[in-house]
Design a protein around this ligand. Structure first.
Ligand code: 13P
Length: 259
């Protein structure tokens, strides 16, 4: 089953629009030689903070690099001060939206039902969900990783039951996020294979086989190749290392070399 790998940057709450424009110049020049191959063999996306989407989109115009949002509100519109809607993100040219990132779950109290409502809003739209799942250190030590991750996925699919291969799943063990600790390639593959089984049991063998599963958590140029070489690792969601245009380009190029 061939799946187009996806390398997505998650800038979190970093970079102004001016800094993002400078990033784009350096990143595009690093990627210039690989541009044609990139379009066909690896998809690259960047999720900047919402106020930066417009300017970054302009700086990336024509490059084939996709825009992603870090979050959205589940409602269509209305009295939700400080929130951002699906239509706003589509209008700015976004192609993907992260939902259920562990920082949203841990710092902003989002539960599986909130994430499911966002997935339902995205279902059938032009914006594809990147559903983030992952266990805490405590959950891993209690050997409940597969159960936790399975529940995070199934509670979304129970509500957004029309999602199919537009769905992207990102496995991000929270103990590996921003800590410098990375899951070993074997650990990542074990969970990715289990996620694929959950997806295939629910959506059928072919459906589950088409969904891309990204790994996230301290991905850097030095470990990207080993992680991406695993059969069920279809790309990466990159935090800290994506703030450095040269490092992010090296990760995208490592992916290109594998494809
Ligand atoms: P780091 O790559 O900084 O560990 O962050 C991972 C992440 O949370 C991406 O969404």
């Amino acid at each position: 089953m061939s799946r187009l790998p996806l390398i997505c940057a998650n800038w979190k709450m970093n970079y102004t629009a001016s800094e993002a424009t400078r990033f784009a110049e350096i990143f595009l020049s690093e990627m210039a030689a690989a541009r044609n191959a990139l379009d066909a063999q690896v998809e690259v996306a960047i999720a900047p903070p919402h106020p930066v989407l417009d300017r970054l989109g302009g700086a990336l115009a024509g490059s084939g690099i996709q825009l992603a949002a870090q979050n959205l509100h589940a409602d269509e519109s209305g009295a939700f001060t400080g929130e951002v809607s699906l239509a706003m993100l589509i209008d700015l040219g976004c192609r993907y939206a992260l939902i259920g990132h562990s920082e949203r779950r841990q710092l902003f109290g989002e539960g599986n039902s909130d994430v499911a409502a966002k997935a339902l809003r995205l279902q059938g739209s032009a914006l594809r969900p990147i559903l983030c799942v992952g266990e805490t250190l405590d959950e891993r030590e209690r050997d409940t990783t597969l159960q936790v991750v399975g529940t995070q996925i199934l509670e979304v699919l129970d509500v957004a039951d029309g999602l199919s291969d537009e769905l992207v799943v990102a496995y991000e063990p929270t103990w590996a996020i921003g800590t410098g600790r990375t899951a070993t390639p074997d650990m990542a593959q074990e969970v990715h294979a289990a996620i694929r089984k959950v997806l295939s049991d629910r959506l059928g063998e072919a459906g589950g086989g088409r969904i891309r599963i990204l790994y996230g958590g301290s991905v850097k140029p030095s470990n990207a190749g080993d992680l991406l070489s695993q059969p069920d690792v279809d790309g990466a969601l990159v935090g800290g290392a994506s703030l450095d245009p040269e490092a992010f380009a090296r990760i995208a190029l490592a992916c290109l070399e594998m494809s």
